[in-house]
Design a protein around this ligand. Structure first.
Ligand SMILES: C[S@@+](CC[C@H](N)C(=O)[O-])C[C@H]1O[C@@H](n2cnc3c(N)ncnc32)[C@H](O)[C@@H]1O
Length: 279
């Protein structure tokens, strides 16, 4: 369960502002295992409302979709009812550090934009991340691919125009997101071979809403991006005052464009691929 975002509330509007960014990169990594893509049984760990599951389902054999939030699973179940009835997907409520699956149960694992919700202690070596990766590897068949969709520290600094308005919250988020080299070290500790780091060339995680320069003034807009759950009242008031002042001076659009300039180079998300030893 997320330790800072209320997914019971968020489930109702999640799909208004999120889509499966980078799914082609995720599929590319899933396909690198020893089982053909169309036969794969894929675990979607932290499936949320099922956007990535829905996007990969036409290409893979079956999906096992697991999430801690009953409300998110409810949305996913309604969205993918036909696929569930046809046996293409099954859902389970569980935490991804204690999966209700036997060893080597799936051919591939994907975990999309979930790990930063773990309650963890970076200074103690990220034990919660370490535990979850061990659990994901446990259920992965030898020769199978494990795909982590996350954000790099650079992307968290330069990939989201509004983070410069909320520096304390952005810093708190960066403290929650394990650096890529930490995740890669955990993967190689389990003798997984690294496939690489892949960044979608374009597209933003929130879709068109991301580009609304007045978005932070609106509750619905902020509710659609979990970083805003880390913003305190003082920081929110300052950010909103800055937007209003820029708007009054006719400088808002230019300011947002300048704050967003580096995103085109660094992207917003990174897909890390790894493959378990076949033996
Ligand atoms: C940002 S959403 C991502 C959902 C989906 N993977 C996607 O990319 O659209 C994070 C999801 O992770 C789930 N989650 C957080 N911690 C979890 C845990 N320990 N076990 C299972 N699910 C968890 C939340 O309930 C939420 O649905």
């Amino acid at each position: 369960m997320s330790t800072y975002e209320n997914y019971t509330i968020r489930s109702a509007t999640y799909d208004d502002s999120r889509w499966a960014l980078g799914v082609e990169l995720v599929l590319g990594c899933l396909a690198s295992g020893s089982t053909p893509l169309h036969e794969l049984v894929v675990l979607d760990a932290g499936c949320g409302t099922g956007n990535y599951a829905a996007a990969v389902l036409p290409k893979v054999g079956r999906v096992v979709a697991i999430d801690a939030s009953p409300a998110m699973l409810d949305v996913a179940g309604r969205k993918l009812a036909a696929e569930r009835d046809a046996g293409g997907i099954r859902f389970a409520q569980a935490s991804i550090d204690d999966l209700p699956l036997p060893d080597a149960a799936v051919d591939a694992v994907m975990v999309n934009q979930v790990l930063h919700h773990l309650h963890d202690v970076p200074d103690a070596g990220w034990p919660a991340h370490r535990r979850v990766i061990a659990e994901l590897v446990r259920v992965l068949r030898p020769g199978g691919a494990l795909v982590i969709n996350t954000c790099s520290q650079v992307q968290l600094r330069e990939g989201y125009w509004y983070y410069s308005l909320i520096p304390r919250a952005a810093q708190a988020l960066r403290r929650r997101v394990a650096p890529l080299d930490v995740l890669e070290a955990f993967l190689t500790d389990h003798r997984l071979g690294l496939l690489g780091r892949f960044v979608p060339a374009d597209g933003v995680i929130q879709g068109e809403a991301y580009f609304d320069p007045r978005g932070p003034l609106h509750d619905d807009w902020r509710a659609a991006e979990s970083t805003w759950a880390l913003v305190d009242d003082e920081e929110l008031a300052a950010a909103q005052a800055e937007i209003v002042a820029l708007d009054d001076r006719g400088e808002l659009a230019a300011s947002v464009a300048a704050r967003d300039a580096r995103r085109r180079d660094v992207g917003q998300i990174t897909v890390l691929g790894a493959r378990r030893d076949a033996s």
